[in-house]
Design a binder for this molecule. Structure first.
Ligand code: AMP
Ligand code: MN
Ligand code: MN
Ligand code: MN
Length: 280
């Protein structure tokens, strides 16, 4: 007899653009009955120690993770590193470079806002006073708090989305390099939310082929926000490219009640789960 585990392998804390501390995130996961939880902050592993500490004695299996921004062709993509060693020297060095890219890009985005007659310096100071490695989510929150937009979505729509006037490309490293850092840190690279990229079906298959060639091993088949049809399409891609499957809510904030922690997230039977290799 098998017993279904509650597994969520994609979540954020306030070390990136989530709102909960790592400890509060773990407590919430335990209360929600999540048994296996990966903390996967954007381009940082700085929350993992606190999350690990909080998980001790709870029975929750805390998977050390990260969500790294990369570039494939002109498309920004996200690659999850799961079961990584957060102390691995090459990964640490590369994440320090990612941090610098994020900080530089934030300064450039705020300079663009200044050109748009918004108080860019004030917005930058507001972002820098917030916890976490800066993301566009932080800047959207600052624009909202300053009364320049009514809600964060509007900030993305008017200023921050690709093609909008304050969007700045961060100069993310190429996909194969990022997959390499994850492998060198002993982790499994899983391509996050594959349905979310604005790619044709053919380009998506090419992305998968390049990801596999680079050493990518998993696909996030079930992802928060994706509909059932995306799950089926992603499951077919996983099978076709010989990838194991991961599942994750992409939880950021308990106020987003439509996307709770551990919302997961049943992997279709045709896909081999990534956690099987870990005896789960
Ligand atoms: P960044 O990695 O700095 O480009 O920021 C990307 C983050 O912004 C994503 O991880 C999401 O959490 C958030 N995000 C992206 N697009 C939107 C959007 N249209 N509305 C709200 N949040 C978004
Ligand atoms: Mn995010
Ligand atoms: Mn993502
Ligand atoms: Mn995410």
């Amino acid at each position: 007899m098998t017993c279904a585990l509650s597994i969520d392998l994609h979540t954020h804390s306030n070390h990136s653009d989530g709102t909960l501390t790592p400890a509060a995130l773990v407590q919430r996961a335990v209360a929600a009955g999540v048994q296996v939880l990966a903390l996967t902050d954007h381009d940082t592993v700085s929350g993992l120690q606190e999350a690990r500490h909080e998980s001790l004695g709870t029975g929750l299996d805390l998977v050390p993770g990260v969500e790294i921004s990369a570039l494939w062709r002109a498309q920004s993509i996200h690659i999850l590193g799961l079961w990584i060693d957060p102390a691995a020297p090459e990964l640490r060095r590369q994440l320090a470079a990612q941090e610098e890219r994020r900080r530089q890009r934030m300064r450039k985005m705020c300079a663009r806002l200044t050109h748009l007659a918004l108080p860019g310096d004030e917005l930058l100071a507001a972002v820098e006073a917030m916890p976490g490695l800066p993301t566009r989510t932080h800047l959207a929150a600052a624009l909202c708090a300053g009364g320049h937009v009514r809600e964060p979505q509007e900030a993305f729509r008017r200023y921050l989305r690709k093609g909008k006037p304050a969007h700045v490309a961060a100069g993310w490293p190429p996909l194969d390099e990022v997959v390499g850092w994850i492998g060198a840190a002993g982790g499994i690279a899983s391509l996050a939310h594959p349905a979310r990229y604005a790619l044709s079906a053919g380009a998506r298959r090419q992305l998968l082929a390049d990801f596999v060639a680079a050493g990518g091993r998993a696909l996030e088949v079930v992802s928060g926000g994706g509909g059932a049809s995306h799950v089926d399409a992603s499951a077919m891609l996983a099978v076709r490219f010989g990838l194991v499957g991961s599942v994750g809510s992409d939880f950021h904030d308990p106020r987003q009640i439509w996307n709770p922690l551990g919302r997961s997230l049943k992997l279709p039977d045709c896909v081999v789960p990534v956690w099987r290799a870990f005896g789960l």
